[in-house]
Design a protein around this ligand. Structure first.
Ligand code: GLC
Length: 734
C-alpha cells in the first residue's frame, strides 16, 4: 500500500477497529506460546480479541498462517495481524547471550548472528523481534546485564546498530524481521540493581551516557521502540510525554511505532501515577505509546475516553497510522503470511551453516582472564585431564531468553570433548549441583529441573578424580535463571556447593582451570586465588560445547575482551571504567593513603577491567605516535602504534583507543572508548594500527547543554584494555 491508501483505510475504520490496532495480546489467548511477564485474563471480550492488531509469542509457520488466515478473513477491513517475539540471542539456533556478543568487539559478527536469527524466525512467521536491547549497564546485580552488550555506550551503539542491520536488512526482502529497540530509557540503572526500580539520572548523564546507543539503533533505522518499566525523574517511561515525544521523536528523530513493555501501561496504576486503567490509558496514549502490550487499558478504556472527550481521537489516529505503517513496511497487506513457510522452517532451523555461525561467535566471545604456567591450551593426548563441575554435562547453556530453543539441541561440553578428544585421557564428574538447595525461587522462562545429585558421593568422586589427574578443568557458574529479567542478585559469588567443590579440588590438585558459565560479571576473588587459568564462557549458546572444546585444546584461541568489568566485589557497584576523576582521585594501594575517592577495606578498581582479555600468545604495543599535535575542526590527527605478536602462537588482539578531555566546562570522564581494531598476527608478526582522530569525537554536553567540543588539551590512550597508560597528548584549537 502507498501512504494515500493507508490514509483511506484509516478513514474507513471504526473507532473500535482503530483501538484494536493498538492492542497486543499474549499467545496464551491462542492456547500456546510462552509467558514473559505476569499473566492474567485481562477481562477481555471476544470482540476485543477479534479486533486486536498483534500477538506476542505466537510462533511456527503453520500456527501463524492458520491464525493469520482466520483473523484476516474475519476482520472488518481484513487488516493482518503482526506477530512479535523476543528473539534476543537467536531463534532456534542460539548464539551467545548479548553480553558475550559484546565481548567479541566485532559488530560484523553480531550482525551476522542477527541475520541468522531473522532468517529462522521469519520462516516461522515472526514479523518483529524485541531486540536490540541497548540499555547501558554498570551494575552486575541487575540480571538483565546479560541482555546488554555492556558498560560502554560507544560499543553498545555499534552492537545495537549491527543487530538492526542484521535483523532488518531491507524489510521487503525475504528472511528479514523488524527490530524493536529497548528499553527506552535508562532501564539499566535501577536503584540497588533491583529490576524495575527507580532510575535517577541527571539530564546530562542521560544524554551523555544512556541515550547514544539508542540513537545509534534509531539512526540504523530500527522499526520500533519499546518503553521501559522504570521511572525516570519519578515519571514512568510509559507515561513520559517529554521522554517519548520531545526526546525520542523530536530530538532523536524516531518516527516509527512505540510499544509499551509487557503490562507497562496498566502498571502506571501501581506506579501511583494513574488511579485506574482508564487514566493509565489516557496517560500512555498522550505520551505517544502506540501499542499496549498485554494490559487491558487501551482495549477496555480508550473508546470511552474518546467518547467522553477526554482523549482526542486524533491521538488514536496517529498511533493507529504508525501501526498500519509498520505492517505496511513488512508488506503484510500484500502478503499477510510474509515468509512463514514450513518447508523453509525445516530447512533453516538449526541447519549446519547456522550452527557453525553460532559456534564461531561463541569462540570469539570467550574471555581468558588468567592463564598462568600456560595451563591452557590443554595438550591433546599428552596429559590426563579431569573435567569436573555441574556444567560439564549441562545443556542449559543458552541463557534465560532463549525461549524458542530446545535445550536438547544444545551440545554439552562433555559431548563435544568425547567427540573431539577420543584419544585423550579425559574423565568427567559433576562434583556438585548447580544450585544450593535454597536456590532461586522461580524460573523466568522454563521451570528449573530438580537436581537429584547425591552431593557427598559426587564430591568424593570428583576429589578422587582430581587427585589422579595432571590438570583439572572446573566447569562452574550460575544457573541460567539467575540472570535475565527479574533476576537481580545481592551477591555475585558462586553457589556454596560449587565453592565447596573448588575448595576441595584445590586441596588435591593445583593445576586448575575454571571455565565460568554466567550471564553477568561475578565475584571471582577466590576463583582467582585458586585457579591458574580462568576462561569466561558466559552462556555460549547451542554450540557452546564444541566451541569450548576447540578453545580449551587450542584449535582456536580466546580473543574476547570484557564488555563489562568483573568487580573486585559487589560492594563496588555500580562500576564503570569511564568514571569522573573526582576532586580527590586515587590510584595505588588503598592502605597507603587516606584522603582519596576509595575504600578503606578493598581496592576501588575492578578485578578484571573493561576491555581486558588474554590470548594464547602475547602482544606488545609500541608507544603512541601522532602525525601532528594540534587538531582543528576541519583537520584530523593520525595516531599510530605498532602491534607485535611476541609469543609463539597465532592470536587476535583488539587494540583500543581511549580519549580524555583534560579540562571541560563540566567534569569529563578519565577516558572514553572511541575506537578499536582487531589484528590477527602470527608469532613474531608486527602490524601498524592507525586511528584517525577528528573533532566530532570530542563533543559532549557542555555546561549549557549544547553538544559541542571545547578547545584545550586531550590525552589519547592506545592499548589492549581500558587501563592502558600508553598515551600521547594533543590540543584542539578553536
Ligand atoms: C518483558 C521484557 C521485555 C520483553 C517483553 C515481551 O517483560 O521487559 O524486554 O521484550 O516483556 O516479552
Amino acid at each position: 500500500m502507498n501512504q494515500q491508501q493507508l490514509k483511506e483505510l484509516l478513514a474507513q475504520m471504526s473507532l473500535e477497529e482503530k483501538i484494536g490496532q493498538l492492542v497486543q495480546l499474549p499467545a496464551y489467548f491462542q492456547n500456546g506460546g510462552t509467558i514473559t511477564g505476569p499473566a492474567g485474563d485481562l477481562g477481555l471480550t471476544q470482540e476485543d480479541l477479534s479486533l486486536a492488531g498483534s500477538y506476542l509469542s505466537v510462533i511456527g509457520a503453520e500456527k501463524t498462517r492458520t491464525l493469520q488466515e482466520e483473523y484476516t478473513a474475519a476482520h472488518p477491513h481484513h487488516i493482518p495481524l503482526i506477530f512479535m517475539d523476543d528473539i534476543i540471542n537467536g531463534y532456534r539456533t542460539v548464539f551467545p547471550v548479548p553480553l558475550a556478543q559484546g565481548c567479541t568487539f566485532n559488530p560484523d559478527l553480531v550482525q551476522q548472528g542477527a541475520s541468522v536469527a531473522a532468517k529462522e524466525a521469519a520462516a516461522s512467521g515472526v514479523h518483529v523481534t524485541f531486540s536490540p536491547m541497548a540499555d547501558l549497564v554498570r551494575d552486575a546485580r541487575w540480571g538483565r546485564v546479560m541482555e546488554s552488550t555492556g558498560e560502554d555506550a560507544y560499543l553498545n551503539g555499534l552492537m545495537a546498530a549491527a543487530m538492526v542491520r542484521g535483523y532488518q536488512g531491507d524489510l521487503k526482502e525475504k528472511g528479514t524481521i523488524a527490530g524493536c529497540l529497548k528499553h527506552f530509557a535508562g532501564y539499566g540503572a535501577p536503584e540497588g540493581g533491583r529490576d524495575y526500580a527507580n532510575v535517577e539520572l541527571s539530564l546530562r548523564t542521560l544524554k551523555e551516557d544512556y541515550l547514544p546507543a539508542y540513537k545509534a539503533a534509531i539512526d540504523a533505522g530500527v522499526a520500533m521502540v519499546m518503553t521501559s518499566f522504570n521511572t525516570l525523574d519519578r515519571v514512568p517511561s510509559t507515561a513520559n510525554k517529554w521522554l517519548m515525544r520531545d526526546i525520542l521523536r523530536d530530538e532523536m528523530g524516531f518516527d516509527g511505532a512505540l510499544i509499551s513493555d509487557w503490562g507497562a501501561v496498566g502498571e502506571l496504576v501501581p506506579h501511583g501515577v494513574a488511579q485506574d486503567f482508564a487514566q493509565a490509558a489516557q496517560l500512555a496514549i498522550e505520551a505517544g505509546v502506540d501499542m499496549d502490550m498485554v494490559s487491558p487499558s487501551y482495549a477496555k478504556h480508550l473508546k470511552t475516553l474518546v467518547e467522553e472527550g477526554k482523549v482526542d481521537e486524533k491521538l488514536i489516529d496517529e498511533s493507529c497510522m504508525r501501526m498500519l505503517e509498520l505492517k505496511n513496511k513488512l508488506g503484510l497487506f500484500e502478503n499477510p503470511f510474509r515468509d512463514a513457510a514450513k518447508e523453509d522452517e525445516d530447512a533453516l532451523l538449526l541447519c549446519e551453516e547456522h550452527r557453525k555461525a553460532a559456534q564461531d561467535c561463541a569462540e570469539k566471545s570467550f574471555v581468558l582472564l588468567k592463564n598462568e604456567e600456560n595451563m591452557l591450551p590443554l595438550r591433546s593426548g599428552q596429559e590426563k585431564v579431569a573435567f569436573i563441575g555441574p556444567f560439564v554435562n549441562n545443556k542449559f547453556l543458552c541463557g534465560s531468553w532463549a525461549i524458542f530453543s530446545d535445550d536438547q539441541d544444545t551440545v554439552a561440553l562433555k559431548d563435544a570433548l568425547e567427540k573431539q578428544e577420543s584419544d585423550s585421557c579425559i574423565s568427567f564428574a559433576a562434583g556438585s549441583r548447580v544450585m544450593d538447595g535454597d536456590g532461586v525461587v522461580q524460573g523466568f522462562q522454563k521451570q528449573i529441573p530438580e537436581e537429584t545429585l547425591d552431593e557427598e558421593f559426587a564430591l568424593s568422586q570428583a576429589i578422587e578424580m582430581a587427585r589422579g589427574a595432571d590438570k583439572v578443568v572446573l566447569a562452574l557458574g550460575e544457573h541460567r535463571e539467575f540472570s535475565g529479567e527479574a533476576s537481580s542478585r545481592g551477591s555475585l559469588t558462586l553457589p556454596r556447593c560449587q565453592q565447596r567443590l573448588l575448595d576441595e579440588v584445590a586441596k588435591v590438585n593445583q593445576n586448575i582451570t575454571v571455565v565460568l558459565f554466567c550471564g553477568r560479571p561475578m565475584d571471582l576473588r577466590d576463583v582467582h586465588n585458586k585457579a591458574k587459568a580462568i576462561l569466561v564462557a558466559w552462556f555460549p549458546g547451542t554450540e557452546g560445547g564444541p566451541a569450548l572444546a576447540r578453545t580449551l585444546y587450542g584449535h582456536c584461541a580466546p580473543q574476547g575482551k570484557l564488555s563489562m568489568a568483573f568487580p573486585f566485589s559487589v560492594s563496588q557497584l555500580p562500576l564503570h571504567y569511564n568514571q569522573l576523576s573526582t576532586g580527590r582521585p586515587f590510584h595505588g594501594d588503598y592502605k597507603a593513603a587516606r584522603f582519596g575517592s576509595k575504600y578503606q577495606d578493598m581496592p576501588r578498581f575492578p578485578l578484571y577491567p573493561f576491555g581486558f582479555g588474554l590470548s594464547y600468545t602475547t602482544f606488545s604495543c609500541s608507544p603512541v605516535t601522532l602525525d601532528k599535535a594540534v587538531l582543528t575542526k576541519d583537520s584530523s590527527i593520525k595516531a599510530r602504534v605498532s602491534v607485535k605478536n611476541t609469543g609463539n602462537a597465532e592470536g587476535t588482539e583488539t587494540v583500543q583507543l581511549y580519549i580524555r578531555d583534560m579540562v571541560g566546562s563540566v567534569a569529563r570522564p578519565v577516558r572514553e572508548l572511541k575506537g578499536f581494531r582487531q589484528v590477527t598476527l602470527q608469532p613474531g608478526e608486527e602490524k601498524e594500527v592507525c586511528f584517525e582522530i577528528t573533532e566530532d569525537m570530542l563533543r559532549f554536553w557542555d555546561i549549557h547543554m549544547n553538544y559541542v567540543s571545547e578547545p584545550g588539551e586531550f590525552q589519547l590512550f592506545i592499548g589492549t584494555d581500558s587501563t592502558t597508560e600508553n598515551k600521547a597528548s594533543f590540543t584542539l584549537e578553536a
